[in-house]
Design a binder for this molecule. Structure first.
Ligand code: THU
Length: 132
């Protein structure tokens, strides 16, 4: 059985507080649900070289994959922005690789939320279909 949406939102908002974001001060949390209903969380982890920064979404995906999870049902992305924060281009590519046309739920700390399909956010992807 899947986790309920409220639980996923709480997980994303909670892990957001662990963000290591001393440079941007922009904290992001992600909660990725796998097909067994397990929740894999991630926050952004910045680096003094800037370019080595990892977004919350990629941290959540890589944590989940390294725990053996391979099938995913949705991700919640939480940030403290009035305009809801969508995943960056790099994260869209990584999400597509492991999650396909995932349900993406964007939330802010004021309770605003929007549900999107990754396929709409990331049309015409390059993926394994090209490598047969
Ligand atoms: N960031 C994320 O973690 N996820 C997003 O969806 C957008 C951006 C992070 C990367 C960086 O640490 C900070 O937000 C500012 O770009």
């Amino acid at each position: 059985m899947g986790a309920d949406l409220r639980e996923l939102i709480e997980a994303a908002c909670g892990v957001r507080r662990n963000a290591h974001a001393p440079y941007s001060r922009f904290q992001v949390g992600a909660a990725l649900e796998d097909h067994q209903g397990r929740i894999h969380t991630g926050c952004n982890v910045e680096n003094a070289t800037y370019g080595l920064t990892l977004c919350a979404e990629r941290v959540a995906v890589f944590k989940a994959v390294s725990e053996g999870a391979r099938r995913f049902t949705r991700i919640v992305i939480a940030a403290d922005s009035m305009e809801l924060t969508p995943p960056c281009g790099a994260c869209r590519q990584i999400l597509w690789e492991f999650c396909g046309d995932l349900e993406v739920v964007l939330v802010n700390l004021q309770g605003k939320q929007e549900v999107l399909a990754l396929g709409d956010l990331f049309p015409r992807p390059f993926d394994d279909a090209f490598l047969d």
